[in-house]
Design a protein around this ligand. Structure first.
Ligand code: AMP
Ligand code: ZN
Length: 478
């Protein structure tokens, strides 16, 4: 039997014992990336959290069907492709491959299905037809809109009340929407844009319908678990619920889990704000193992504040773990037959942490206590304890992915970085010193020096961000 796990369900806003429709089976959907550029480390958080759920549920004995999509039809993709005079679908396909490379670096276990929107058109169109048939959508000039007030439970996930929502939305005079909160299911194609034939003419799906259709295609009408970043709760997930329940006439998903943001400075890391570090850039400097470590060292419902300290701590810990794993291969059992409770209980303690709403940070803490203990007792390990040490390391590898399949390669990377000081990354102390000096220079109206400092940092690929509150942040050019 699968092990019991508690998950904070955003539908009820409570931590609950996770119940699946079919005992022992999990139908799990996670909203995947939009593919038009390199992803940033905030996107990586959503990917790694989905991967954590998948791995932990499997380790707990569930039979998991995990679907994570690629959004390859989208305004941003179409606009970028047009700018570059490229076919939008081919353009997106190129970026899907780049995302796959990033995911390999992050050590992700492959999902069961990874559908693309462009390959799901018949199912999307069929679902829109069902919603219209069931009276929850209407057609105006080749556009299909979801009739929000027709779905009485609208707002049940984001806890928004439809009346205040309707008032909060400004509707253009010429809008053909029946209600301000109505959203698009199918939009007519503009000249030169990629499009598909449909009963409503040539066009393409609105954003939200894709996930409802892909989830139904691979998981059926009712899912057990759905995940995405917290920004997706409204409107995306609220709209997924409305669409799926209007089309299928049954409950869409029983448990909803959202990862918090990864912030840079005081704001969410996001492409539109420009405050990004790309996965690729980070991996080139520090390796994917270190990024994975950063992302799992904080519980998925707590914010991560991206900083040099966070990176440095992860670097130290990744090194310690991999030195230990390599050293543990050389341990020999002593003649001792004494049981060692710390060693024999560690795996169970980590499972307790993980069954408490996927507490990866707690599980990591348990592993470090174990690591310290084992190192202190390495000359006096019974054969049983030694076996348990290896099993525990394997558990951390399978469940958290915090041990690389080739631990030696991680230490080689560290050695290479140590040799090449220019790529050891960022000397935060030096940067902060210059920022302080620039602040003084500006206070003294010494603009030339202030400018010089900015240039000096730019030459090292450090970009300064002057915040509204007068403080100055920085980022690595990504
Ligand atoms: P997008 O490609 O923008 O649809 O985002 C893909 C996934 O990354 C979604 O689940 C987002 O919620 C998530 N995401 C985007 N930015 C961040 C961030 N700064 N921190 C955490 N998750 C994020
Ligand atoms: Zn989605």
């Amino acid at each position: 039997m699968a092990r019991e796990i508690k998950i904070h369900n955003n539908l009820t806003r409570k931590k609950e014992v996770f119940q699946t429709v079919e005992p022992g089976k999990v139908k799990f959907y996670s909203c995947g990336p939009t593919t038009y550029d390199f992803l940033h480390v905030g996107n990586a958080r959503a990917l790694v959290v989905g991967d954590l759920f998948n791995r932990v549920l499997k380790a707990f004995g569930y039979d998991v069907t995990f679907v994570r999509n690629y959004t390859d039809v989208d305004d941003k993709i179409i606009n970028r492709a047009l700018e570059q005079n490229k076919n939008a679908i081919e353009f997106a396909a190129h970026w899907v491959e780049e995302v796959k490379t990033d995911m390999d670096h992050l050590g992700m276990v492959p999902a069961t299905h990874t559908p693309k929107v462009s390959e799901t058109m018949p199912e999307i169109i069929k679902m829109i037809e069902d919603i219209i048939k069931n009276g929850s959508a209407y057609v105006v000039d080749g556009e299909v809109l979801f009739d929000v007030p027709s779905f009485s439970e609208y707002g049940k996930l984001s806890k928004k009340d439809l009346d205040s929502l309707q008032h909060g939305i400004r509707v253009e005079v010429e809008s053909h929407k029946k209600n301000p909160a109505d959203f698009v299911l199918w939009k007519p194609a503009k000249e030169g844009e990629v499009s598909w034939d449909s009963p409503w003419g040539k066009g393409r799906p609105g954003w939200h319908i894709e996930c409802s259709a892909m989830a139904k295609k691979f998981l059926g009408n009712t899912l057990d678990l759905h995940h995405g970043g917290v920004d997706l709760m409204f409107p995306h997930h609220e709209n997924e619920i409305a669409q799926s329940e209007a089309a299928n006439k049954c409950s869409f998903c029983n448990a909803w889990a959202h990862n918090e943001f990864l912030n840079f400075g005081s704001e969410k890391m996001s492409k539109s704000l420009g405050n990004v570090v790309t996965i690729r850039n980070f991996v080139e400097k520090f390796g994917g193992q270190v990024l994975r470590h950063v992302l799992l060292s904080v519980h998925y419902r707590a914010r991560i504040e991206w900083s040099d300290e966070v990176i440095q701590r992860a670097l130290d810990e990744v090194k310690r773990i991999h030195e230990f794993v390599i050293e543990a291969k050389t341990y020999k059992a002593s003649a001792s037959t004494q049981a060692d409770e710390v060693i024999s209980n560690c795996m169970e303690k980590m499972m307790d942490e993980l069954s408490n709403d996927f507490n990866s940070a707690g599980a990591m803490g348990q592993f470090f206590s174990f690591l310290r203990h084992v190192k202190g007792h390495k000359d006096n390990l019974s054969a049983d304890s030694l076996k348990k040490v290896h099993e525990t390391i394997k558990f951390v590898q399978d469940t958290l992915g915090l041990v690389h399949a080739k631990p030696e390669s991680i230490l080689e990377d560290f050695a290479k970085r140590d040799q090449d000081t220019s790529s050891t990354g960022i000397d935060a102390v030096w940067i902060e010193k210059l920022i302080e000096e620039r602040k003084l220079a500006k206070a003294e109206k010494n603009w030339a020096r202030a400018d010089e400092i900015r240039k000096e940092l730019t030459a090292k690929q450090i970009v300064l961000i002057d915040n509204k509150d007068g403080s100055t942040g920085w980022k690595i050019q990504g």
